[in-house]
Structures are given as structure tokens and as C-alpha cells.
Design a protein around this ligand. Sequence first.
Ligand code: TXA
Ligand code: MG
Length: 344
Amino acid sequence: MENNCIVEPTTANIQRAADVLRAGKLIGMPTETVYGLAANALDASAVAAVFQAKGRPATNPLVVHIASSDRLADVCDLALLESMRGSIEKLAGFWPGPLTLVLPKSASIPPIVTAGRPTVAVRVPFHPVALALLQCCDLPLAAPSANRSNYVSPTSAEHVRQGLADHVALILEGGICERGLESTIVSLVESPPHLLRYGALPAEEIAEALQVPLDELLRPEATSGRQVGDGDQAPGLSPEHYAPLTPLLFLSEYDWSNPPPQIGLIAFRTLAEDSRRFAVIEQVSDSNNVYEIGQRLFAALWRLDQLELDLILIDTCEETGLGRAIMDRLRRATFRARVSRTSS
Ligand code: TXA
Ligand code: MG
């Protein structure tokens, strides 16, 4: 099928993707974190199609991708940015990379992109295909993760095809995402800067670069998992997110008194558990290596969710460094099953 197909990132196909974006259509774009559902950020109707395709509430703003920090003027209000220059310079070394900064928006970015907010979330991705595309199309690209709203994030072109094939003109093949977890989001419009979402860049590294205590960077919103509403800083951090359709619970909390027949396990290390309890085991790391876990976590959830299991149990890891982002995702992904278990 010509439409909706995954294409190799040749120069010709990157050019084609740029043409399609200029024509107001959507594409699947690889990044080092997760695949994005990309649209021309300057085109309000293309951006409306992103919200529609994802089933995303209009109150939840998008991340805008630019080719380099030299292009900040395309998306930000430079006059308002002035007071944040010091922090931007301290963090500039993380770009290109998995860091998103919330900054004052320029008038050229339509309100739909930022859900009416005066700020815009911006990042320079590290993936060579994303960078080549951004350079070729010469546009800022609004790109949330290319999954249906609240479902597991996509870390391969095939995940994008399975979730959103009917909504994209093409998907650029970029291989398996190297990091596998979304970018870390830091707001620079607050003083001192504030981490809004844990992600692929460890919070500790950001605090060190900004020369602020970690506790100050991590104020409660990023960790609490509460439902956020108007007036909150990180509108996309709902307590339920990244969730497979199959109930997902933590192995460490599971009460084995009445197990269903088909249970899958996602393990982060070689576990002492009796393997006969499980219909399938996904060993994403043998040794609790957070880089391996981060890279493979969403793919493992995606795979097990297709096996029509009754339940998926998942391991935990230590909450430092990348482990903070991993446990943050897992608390949200297990939220529905944990709540229905305690209320039944
Ligand atoms: O790694 C990533 O960031 C990926 C890739 C594709 O770049 N994108 C991504 O986008 O994760 P999305 O839409 O799934 O998550 C973006 C998050 C949401 O929680 C959203 O609420 C928040 O960023 N966000 C966007 N604009 C914001 C703003 N102006 N202020 C506060 N939060 C914002
Ligand atoms: Mg997302």
C-alpha cells in the first residue's frame, strides 16, 4: 500500500516528508526518545489533525521541535527570553538531545499548539533523521509522541503504523529509539527552573548544569501523578498514562492468592520468581541496567499487550537517575489496574 507506509530515510524520502508537511499533512518522525506524530507547527489546521489523530484533549499542549538552538527565534519571544538566557546557556550542551524547555512563545506559534498558553515546549532532537528532516523542511515541527492518547509510547516505526497508520502520509524509518523514554521537560519560565516531567535526561544532570539543588528543581508536580487541571504547569501528566489495555501491576505488590491463567512478566534482572507462573517473560535487562530498561520498556509493554494475556506483572528499579523516569512511567501505566484492584 503506497499510503501510510514506512519509508527508508533516503534524501528523496526526507524531501518527500518535508513536502507532505508543507502541504499540511502529518508524518511519523523518529527521534532518539520516542517516535513523534509531526505537523508543521505554524499550520493550525495541521496541528488540529494531530490532536484529532491522537484523541488528545485540546488542553494538552504539544512539543515543538527545531533544528538547532539558533532557531529559537522561530518559536520563542526573544525579548521575554532574555531573562532566561543564563539558564539556556547552562543547558545548551544537552541539545541536540532529550531535553524539552518550556519558554515564552512567539506570536507565530498558533495558540492551538500550546493549548492557549503563553509558553511553548521546545526541543532539538538528537536523531539524525529528525535533524535532517527539520533542516530540509525549514519549519518548526509540533510532534507529540505518535501513540493514541494515554496508550504506550511508540519506540519503532511499526508501533506508529499499528497505532496511527490512517492518520499519517508516511512514516520515516529510524530504527528502534535509542533512549526509549520521552524527553525530560524543564520550565524556564519559573524561577528557579522547575522539572515538569522526568525523562531520558536524568534530573541530576540538569540540576548540576543549572547549579541548583535537585530538590529545588523537583517540585511536587513531576512526582505526584495527580490529575492536573487548569492552572497547573504540566498538563499532560495525568495519573493514568502509557497504559497497555491488559491490566498491568507491579510484581512486588501482587497478591498471588487468586492468579488468572495467563500472566506475562516484564523483568529488569534475573529474578528468583518461579518461571512456571508466567505464560511469557520479557527480560528487558539481566542486571537492572536503567539504560537497557529505558530503551526496551515501552516495546516490551507493546509486545505483551498483543498477546491477549489476563495480566502483565512488571519489575521495579531504584529511583535515581534514569530510574526516576522509568518508575514515573510505570506508576502511571499501572494506575488503572491498581485503582480497580483496590476498589473491587
Ligand atoms: O521526547 C519527547 O518529548 C517526545 C518526542 C516525540 O519529542 N514528545 C513527547 O510529546 O513526549 P508529548 O506530547 O507526548 O508530551 C509532551 C508533554 C505533555 O505532557 C505536555 O502537557 C507537555 O509536554 N507540554 C507541552 N507544552 C507545554 C507547556 N507549554 N507547558 C507545560 N507543559 C507542556
Ligand atoms: Mg506522549
